[in-house]
Every structure is written in C-alpha cells, then in structure tokens.
Design a protein around this ligand. Structure first.
Ligand code: KIV
Length: 277
C-alpha cells in the first residue's frame, strides 16, 4: 500500500506509525496533526483521517481552564490519553509528558513514559526541550518508547520566557535551536514539533533533519502542521494568534443551538409528542 493510500483513505488505511511519518517525509507529503483529549472528538478526528492525534498538555488550558500548561498532572494526562486511545483506529496517538514528570532525571522521565504507555495504550510520548532533555529522550527511546521532541516556544517554560512571543528571532537563539534539533534527532526522536519560530529558521531545520518537523506557527516548510483542535474549530474565541486558522466557528454554532434549545424548553416546544413515550 502506498503512502498516499495510508494517508488518504482512513477506511482502508493501515494504522499510522512512526515509520509512516518517516515515509511521508521521504515522499514530501505533509503530516496532519491535531490535538484530542476526549473519546467523542477523537473518534471524529480519527475518522476524518488525521495522521497524528496529540493528547497535548494544552488540555490544561482548553479542558481544565488553567492559564498555563503547568498544573496538569501525569494522572490527568493518562486519563485524557485513555479516552482518546479508546476512540482511535487509524491515527498515531502521542501523549505529552506534563511539566514535572520528566525534567528532574532520566529515570523519572522513563517511569512517567512507561506509565503513559502502559496505562493508556498510546503509541508515543512528547516532551519539551533541547540539550537538557536529550538524556531523558535517550533513556526513554532505549526502552522502546517513541519520543516526539518540541522546540521553540515550549509552553512549559513560559515563566522563564515571560512571554508567548515568537522565539529564536535572534541569531544566537536560532543557532541554539538548530543545534538542539540535531541533538534531539541523535537522541532518538522520531519527529520534532517546532512552535512559533520564524518560517525561514523552521525551513532550515526541516531540511537539515532526516526526521519530520511538525510546525505550529512555524511556516509552511515544516514536514507537517499541528493545531490545537479547539482553536482550529473556533471554540476558543479569545485566542487569536496569526498562526491559527479557524476552519469552523463552533462557539457561535453551539451558542445558537443552546439558545434554540433554551427557548424551545421555555416555550414548551420541546419535547413534542413524537419525542415522548
Ligand atoms: O499541548 C499541545 O497542544 C502542544 C501543541 C501545541 C503542539 O504541545
């Protein structure tokens, strides 16, 4: 079966694996990735044919209402991952290791990754960081667990950055990012998310690596793209950075539907006789 078939026909397609992503990069075919946190949404996204579903720690924002990704726990990430895995027949499911579950040492990182894989049935983990994260990535991949890296604007470091502005505009930081990307590839990552960096830098990094890059606010030359599903579907109305494209306006659609329901209930138009026993 060709890579085109793997990606374009979810009804007959094989399951997406890390190897599939490698093949897509080699064939010059972009990877489509979205976030998912619950069974019902994951089922819709998977049936639509998305290649990768990321159980992102952005669940801390969009599911739990926290201001940052820092508060979400390993147990909560495992719960979201279990919900998504139950729904998915096609996509590769990648789970974010949350803040505090991997930074202190490689042994703790491996323990957290093993818990995610064993308790959720997901296919890979993702973690943030460059040089400092390399020993954790090596340890986890040595145990047979695929790891996706994440460079650029890494939200778990927001208090160090102090701002959500574009990263690596300056050459010094860009050089560190180029070096980190190569380090992550050597450490064993199967792909790297590049978040909110200049498009030219992302293009550079993407062509220097043999593994795929997945961009978010990193321009069109990345080997794939990811968006937070709630942003792409227009559910998060207050979050409007330029890298988000709204493919629907579900917040308005939901508001209209709910207002309609409320008025039907209040005017006794719902339920009708046909909707009763
Ligand atoms: O948590 C998340 O949703 C992410 C994506 C933005 C890449 O890490």
């Amino acid at each position: 079966m060709s890579t085109e078939t793997v990606r374009n026909d979810p009804s007959t397609a094989k399951r997406v694996t890390t190897q599939t992503l490698q093949e897509l990069k080699a064939a010059g075919l972009p990877v489509a990735m979205l976030t998912a946190y619950d069974y019902t949404s994951a089922r819709i996204l998977d049936r639509a044919g998305v290649d990768v579903l990321l159980v992102g720690d952005s669940a801390s924002n969009v599911m739990a209402g926290h201001e940052t990704t820092l508060p979400i726990t390993l147990e909560q990430m495992i719960y979201h991952a279990q919900c998504v895995v139950r729904a998915v027949e096609h996509a590769l499911v990648v789970v974010d290791l949350p803040f505090g579950s991997y930074q202190s040492n490689a042994k703790k990182a491996l323990y957290s990754a093993i818990r995610v894989m064993k308790e959720s049935g997901a296919h890979a983990v993702k973690l943030e960081g460059g040089q400092a994260a390399a020993p954790m990535i090596k340890r986890i991949t040595k145990a047979g667990i695929p790891v996706m890296g994440h460079l650029g604007l890494t939200p778990q470091s927001i208090y160090r950055f102090g701002t959500y502005k574009v990263r690596a505009r300056e050459e010094t930081e860009a050089e560190v990012l180029r070096r980190d990307a190569l380090l992550l590839e050597r450490a064993g990552c199967f792909a790297i998310v590049l978040e909110k960096i200049p498009a030219t830098l992302a293009a550079d990094v993407s062509s220097s690596l043999s593994i795929p890059t997945i961009g978010i606010g990193a321009g069109s030359a990345c080997d794939g793209q990811v968006l937070v599903t709630h942003d792409a579907l227009g559910l998060t109305t207050e979050f409007n950075p330029r890298f988000v494209r709204h493919y629907a306006n579900l917040a308005d659609e939901m508001t209209r539907a709910v207002e309609h329901y409320i008025s039907d209930v209040r005017e006794r138009r719902f339920p009708t006789e046909d909707e009763s026993y």
